[in-house]
Design a binder for this molecule. Structure first.
Ligand code: HEM
Length: 507
């Protein structure tokens, strides 16, 4: 297969029982390496020396060539934590010859993501994501971003999610019904399959079913090859004719083709439009202009990518930690029992899952706290890389135009001032009024400003439903008692390493 013009193989099961291989030649509209649209703000050149910038915060240097890069690549979260411990809230360093400034205090996070966000564009990793997602919401910039954001925001508002909650509940029930008492499941792939089915069917309706496997396979490759989201220079490898990088291009092509095909089918048969795709195709901006098919394709792929891996990883971490705390497991089971709907064939309303009581506390305090704490310790989006497009001062730190800027959920959410014993998974810290006491920027698993996650309520809804549906029927325990919690394999998202086997015990 070549990029930009590729052949899509589809295996169809014949009623007679055999397999027919249908080969269709399709032309892909979006080439693998698309230039940055002209309407975006130009990116100033990277800064390659400290010489003219006397005000830069302190930071590590390489004693031997490549030493810092090696430490960064070996364990990026540990590198960032070490930066904070050694240099405090602000530090600077050079990677691949380019200046990076790391900003960790809650106020700095708030200024970069929210109050001074117009001085920044999304950083290097997003350019690589653009190869897979085109100009969808995650990767696009102003002025395209705000137009799309305004159009796409309404269906993701809390009060519009009701129709998704029954789909989420039913798909969860369908999947966990295949888990047998005493058996072992691979939690990572199971969660990935479930959250993918949820987001794909929310978007494309049941027509997504037959594409779930190729979507899952290509997404897996694409997310893996996007790699760590911050390293400049990786794009130089993308066009190398070696299998590792070639597969990146093929996965991107495959995903674009599937989305284009689903859109084409829907255009030809607009009746079946009770899903998000139908809505995306009908959305128009203030001037009455609708999305083009290419725009819908990029937004659909964006929703699939951002909408399943994140939640799946977080749930895999959550169930792993939960298995180490029998008291929290029992509390979750009791919450599932009193919520009634997980026991019956009813499905919950938004209010049942996301609602608060008369004191403003969550109606599902245990499930909410498990999710909040897992998002704190293992934030699926663990860094938000940015690039300064003008000189800007961030809480007293001078950031020159062209600098790469890093804020990190992983680091800031481990600040012991706000989270005592920050490396302990303790959902109970959220039972009181912690969420209200935190300063802005101290806890930001969904980002902030106009780039805040579009699917935050969607993600909270589905993860609380999945936790309670599982807890009402069974307990999951680690298959290996010596290693109850998996190691991390941080990529574009903060993934657990390996498939995470778990033992199923029915209640
Ligand atoms: C636990 C699950 C999730 C987490 C932790 C998460 C986190 C985030 C974060 C931190 C950002 C901002 C990135 C940045 O500023 O650099 C973001 C953006 C985004 N997320 Fe999520 N996300 C999750 C689930 C979802 C879901 C379920 C969807 C959709 C169904 C979604 C759709 C998006 C979109 C479209 C954006 C781009 C928004 C924009 O820039 O306007 N996310 N997400």
């Amino acid at each position: 297969m070549t990029h930009g013009h590729c052949v899509y193989l589809e295996a169809c099961a014949l009623k007679a029982g055999g397999f027919l291989i249908v080969v269709r030649q399709l032309t892909l509209a979006r080439p693998f390496s698309t230039p940055r649209p002209d309407s975006y703000a130009p990116i100033p050149p990277a800064i390659r020396s400290r010489k003219h910038f006397v005000d830069l915060p302190p930071g590590p240097t390489s004693r031997l060539p490549g030493q810092l890069l090696y430490r960064f690549q070996k364990d990026t979260p540990a590198f960032l934590i070490d930066l904070r411990q050694t240099y405090g809230d602000a530090s600077s360093f050079f990677l691949n010859g380019q200046l990076f400034i790391a900003l960790f205090s809650p106020e700095m996070v708030y200024q970069v993501t929210t109050s001074k966000q117009s001085s920044f564009v999304k950083g290097v990793g997003f350019a690589r994501m653009r190869k897979v997602l085109g100009e969808g919401l995650l990767t696009n910039e102003e002025p395209i971003h705000l137009r799309h954001r305004r159009m796409m925001q309404p269906p993701f508002k809390k009060d519009r999610l009701d129709s998704y909650s029954s789909l989420m509940t039913n798909l969860t029930r369908e999947q966990i019904a295949t888990w047998r008492d005493g058996s072992e499941i691979l939690l990572g792939p199971e969660m990935m399959r479930l959250t993918l089915a949820i987001v794909a069917q929310t978007l494309f309706g049941t027509s997504a079913r037959r594409y779930e496997r190729p979507i899952a396979e290509s997404m897996e490759v694409a997310i893996d090859r996007i790699e760590r989201t911050m390293l400049p220079g990786l794009q130089l490898f993308d066009d190398l004719p070696v299998p590792y990088w070639r597969k990146f291009g093929e996965a991107a092509d495959e995903l674009a083709l599937i989305a284009e095909e689903l859109i084409k089918t829907r255009r030809n048969d607009p009746n079946d439009s009770d899903d998000l795709l139908g809505l995306l195709l009908s959305l128009h901006d203030d001037d009455g202009v609708v999305f083009t098919d290419e725009e819908v394709r990029d937004e659909a792929l964006t929703l699939i990518l951002s909408g399943h891996e994140t939640t799946a990883n977080m749930l895999t971490w959550a169930f792993s930690w939960l298995a180490t705390r029998s008291d929290i497991q029992s509390a979750l089971r009791a919450e599932a029992d009193s919520a009634i709907w997980p026991q019956s064939d009813k499905t919950p309303s938004i209010e049942d899952v996301l609602g608060n009581d008369e004191n403003g506390a969550p109606k599902l305090p245990v499930a909410s706290a498990i999710v909040a704490e897992s998002l704190r310790m293992a934030p699926p989006v663990w860094v938000a890389p940015r690039r300064a497009i003008e000189d800007v001062e961030v809480d007293g730190v001078q950031v020159p135009a062209g600098a790469h800027v890093i804020v990190s959920q992983y680091v800031t959410q481990r600040d012991q001032q706000w989270f005592p014993e920050p490396n302990e998974w303790r959902p109970e810290r959220w039972y009181g009024d912690l969420a209200k006491r935190l300063p802005r920027g101290a806890y930001f698993p969904f980002g902030g400003g106009t780039r805040k996650c579009l699917g935050d309520q969607f993600a909270l809804l589905e993860s609380r439903i999945i936790l309670l549906e599982v807890a009402s029927r069974m307990r999951l325990g680690p298959a290996d008692a010596n290693q109850p919690v998996p190691k991390a394999q941080p990529r574009a998202t903060y993934r657990p390493k390996g498939p995470v086997p778990m033992k199923v015990s029915f209640n």
